[in-house]
Design a protein around this ligand. Structure first.
Ligand SMILES: *Cc1c(COP(=O)(O)O)cnc(C)c1O
Length: 318
């Protein structure tokens, strides 16, 4: 894997052409991680697979929706290592997407169930695989958990390293926040390095107070796991829920306009569920908070197949 030993790959950080006339915008291209179109799920999954291999497991079990980037990455990694991949999904058959087509191509076995049956189905499948002589390794949906958090502590270190190398300083980091694992990792990285960057997650679906609570829990679980004596409160987490529009998979016109603008100015593909929504939310948040003369880093968390899902249904607006 690219994250092992000497092969460690850092994702590019550079200044965008995009501007709001008041601030400078930089971008960290997690979508350029060199496996299966990258993204934050690739960075997280690399650590889960490393852990799986250390533990001598021989098949992988995970969960996600039909548009899930996590499923694409896990199914691809499992296939590349020749390990069977089992997936539980609530809507896999009904909502074909570019990601679900790729999951099919990788030969993952998908068990569809209703949303309320997910937990039981995972447990039953786990028991069944064990009874067949397998040692299944479970990866939580979206790569949630301390290993997922760890992946973004590492990404945060890359950001600090970039700052040291270039003398550039970032005042704000913005990114799309879903399960909050990415945000938890960035916040932990910031706590561990002792700098005061503001890390602002734009919620793609969850509302507060729940959104903040989950992130604070992830942060505290990770810090406890490394015996770091600190705790954060949910109130201290910058999880902004004002731009979820019509929820997951939204096709809000203003979001589509931002996607088109960034595609034209910078040649970067964003999607309306994650990165495009976050970019739009960032833009609105900066203007609402009257942020000026700041260096802003946007983290592109991946999801390129979703750009093409969106393109099929029309990105062109008037
Ligand atoms: C999953 C995902 C997110 C959200 O990451 P979390 O760690 O779950 O908050 C953001 N962007 C993209 C493209 C994703 O696939």
């Amino acid at each position: 894997m690219w994250s092992e030993g000497d092969g460690y790959v850092k994702t590019p950080i550079y200044e965008m052409r995009y501007s709001d006339g008041h601030n400078r915008f930089f971008i960290k291209r997690e979508d350029l991680l060199p496996f299966s179109l990258g993204g934050n799920k690739a960075r997280k999954a690399a650590l889960f697979f490393e852990d799986m291999e250390k533990g001598g497991y021989d098949c992988v079990l995970t969960y996600g929706s039909s548009s899930s980037n996590h499923l694409r990455i896990v199914a691809n990694m499992a296939a590349s290592k020749g390990i069977p991949c089992h997936i539980v999904s609530p809507d896999f058959d009904t909502g074909k997407t570019n990601n679900s087509r790729l999951v099919d191509l990788f030969g993952a076995r998908v068990k569809v169930c209703s949303l309320t049956e997910v937990k039981d189905t995972i447990r039953e499948l786990n028991e069944y695989l064990s009874s067949q002589g397998y040692r299944p390794y479970f990866i939580p949906g979206g790569g949630h958990g301390n290993l997922g958090t760890q992946a973004y502590v590492q990404a945060y270190d890359e950001i600090c390293e970039f700052e040291k190398l270039t003398g550039q300083h970032f005042d704000y980091i913005y990114h799309a926040s879903g399960t909050g694992t990415t945000q938890a990792g960035l916040v932990c990285g910031s706590i561990l390095s002792g700098d005061g960057k503001k890390i602002i997650g734009i919620s793609i679906a969850r509302k507060n107070p729940y959104g903040k609570e989950v992130i604070a829990e992830s942060i505290n679980a990770y810090l406890a796991s490394i015996d770091f004596n600190a705790k954060v409160s949910p109130e201290s987490v910058d999880f902004v829920d004002s731009y979820v529009a019509d929820g997951y998979g939204s096709r809000n016109q203003e979001i589509l306009n931002v996607i088109r603008q960034v595609l034209i100015s910078d040649g970067i593909l964003l999607d309306s569920t994650y990165t495009g929504k976050a970019f739009y939310g960032m833009k609105e948040h900066i203007s609402k908070m009257r942020i000026r003369h700041s260096n802003i880093l946007f983290i592109h968390t991946g999801g390129t197949p979703l750009f093409f899902d969106g393109l099929e249904t029309g990105l062109v607006t008037d």
